[in-house]
Write a new protein. Structure first.
Lengths: 76, 379
């Protein structure tokens, strides 16, 4: 079963959801997943944009009630 | 039985908590029904934001330090005996000396530390100003610098989120004042897709960068530094050449947090409203040590400390918590060597920085001295 950690970054203006994800990925193993919750709809765009550039995997990206949930798998 | 309050960490957050509790619990301290003890790592208290000025010779080193015992209320015994194990199940902390301290309430304020050693080549190839030794070396190297490519490289996570922009603008003015602006080029790298985590600050910085011709490389997360070739490479496969590399290194929390299995990376899982360690109603976490997705900054530590003082004092005297922390952060932003602005926000209010002015810069300079009143819990 894949290990998944959650970062609840709802309402986080600084450093914000993507920066929290970047910091969080350094603390998990390759193959582990991080689920980021963000109240900023920009996260649904900028997290996948970074994931594509850096080479991790986007597992899920969905709008929930009042927030976005983005799941990323550390690939390297 | 008296109530034992233990503060682990003698930085800003821990010191404000201890001093504030002395004021709110003065009757109980006098009667002996409460005692407050602090464990720290040094006899000196460092004003960390002052390090920003060291590379430019704009602050005297004596202004950065005070004797911790003099900053701390004299009713708080202070032991330079760092915690090596925190056991929240047994309510006890073991120190380097081997002694063990039992507590009723624990405040964890062990802070964060720079980790240039976690990126290959960074410690050998880069300058930084986040500790005194690094700031001195950067000052000496800047004195020798006669122009070339400067890279200001920002890594996640880091404390004081505006410092990377401040150092960039200050470097720009420094180059101009030395008359080597035309022979130099600054490139600023940032982990996400804009110049700062706060969108309004990023928008403002973009215009300023355009005005001064400062280049940028966003989505840049450092993979390695090659000190011999003088290159820095990102996880996104971008390589930049440099003649002078300034880095804001990635940070971790304290080793004792990891050694005590209290949180990965040294960050303690913390309730963002109560500031309790998750699962421990008698353990509070303040300052950089928390894993709350919020700026690791002195003002965060200060406002968290204020809430924690109220809550511990209320628990001791009334048996109930007093209030939640609202996520407040306030940061001055130096926009050059003689202008500044500020930004504040909390969990529900977005940031909205104002126009820079010389007056705000002067206020920041005044705060460089007023800090000591903050640490004493008077401001």
């Amino acid at each position: 079963m894949t290990h998944r950690e959650k970062i609840d970054a709802r309402g986080a203006f600084c450093p914000g959801p993507l920066m929290e994800l970047i910091a969080g990925l350094k603390l998990v193993e390759v193959g582990d997943e991080i689920e980021v919750w963000s109240s900023d709809k920009g996260s649904a765009k900028d997290i996948p944009e970074w994931i594509a550039k850096v080479g991790h995997e986007l597992v899920e990206n969905e709008e929930c009630e009042g927030y976005w949930s983005v799941v990323v798998r550390r690939a390297k | 039985m008296n109530t034992k309050i233990l503060v682990v960490g003698g930085g800003l957050a821990g010191t404000i908590v201890a001093n504030g509790l002395c004021r709110q619990l003065s009757t109980e301290l006098r009667s002996g029904s409460v005692n407050i003890t602090m464990l720290g790592t040094s006899d000196q208290h460092l004003y960390q934001p002052g390090l920003l000025y060291v590379p430019f010779g704009k602050i005297r080193e004596s202004q950065l330090f005070r004797n911790q015992r003099k900053v701390l209320d004299r009713r708080v015994p202070y032991f330079i005996d760092p915690a090596t194990k925190i056991n929240c199940d047994a309510n006890e902390v073991t120190m380097e000396s081997g002694k063990t301290f039992k507590y009723d309430y624990l405040v964890i304020a062990t802070g964060s530390r720079i980790r240039p050693d976690t990126i290959p080549g960074m410690a050998e190839g880069a300058h930084w100003f986040y500790d005194l030794d690094g700031a001195r070396k950067m000052r000496d190297a800047l004195d020798e610098f006669e122009g070339g490519k400067i890279v200001v490289n920002v890594n996640a996570p880091h404390k004081c989120p505006v410092a990377p922009l401040e150092i960039t603008f200050m470097l720009q003015e420094h180059l101009k004042s030395k008359g080597i602006e035309d022979k130099s080029e600054i490139t600023y790298t940032y982990p996400i897709g804009r110049l700062h985590a706060l969108e309004p600050v990023a928008e403002w910085a973009t215009k300023e960068f355009d005005k001064y011709g400062i280049k940028s490389e966003t989505f840049f997360n450092t993979k390695s530094v090659d000190p011999a070739a003088k290159t820095i490479t990102s996880e996104e496969d971008v390589t930049l050449n440099y003649d002078f590399l300034v880095t804001i290194p990635p940070h971790n929390g304290a080793q004792v947090i990891e050694d005590s299995d209290l949180g990965k990376g040294g960050w303690v899982p913390t309730d963002k409203l109560t500031l309790n360690r998750e699962g421990s109603d008698n353990v509070f976490v303040v300052g950089d040590t928390t894993n709350i997705p919020i700026s690791k900054a002195g003002s965060t530590a200060h406002f968290e400390a204020d809430a924690t003082i109220d809550n511990i004092a209320s628990l001791v005297t009334e048996g109930r918590r007093a209030r939640d922390y609202d996520g407040k952060v306030f940061c001055f932003i130096e926009t050059g060597l003689d202008s500044g602005t500020y930004v504040w926000f909390n969990y529900t209010t977005p940031p909205n920085p104002g126009a820079p002015s010389q007056m705000i810069h002067w206020f920041k300079l005044a705060y460089n001295r007023l800090y000591w009143l903050s640490a004493r819990g008077l401001l």
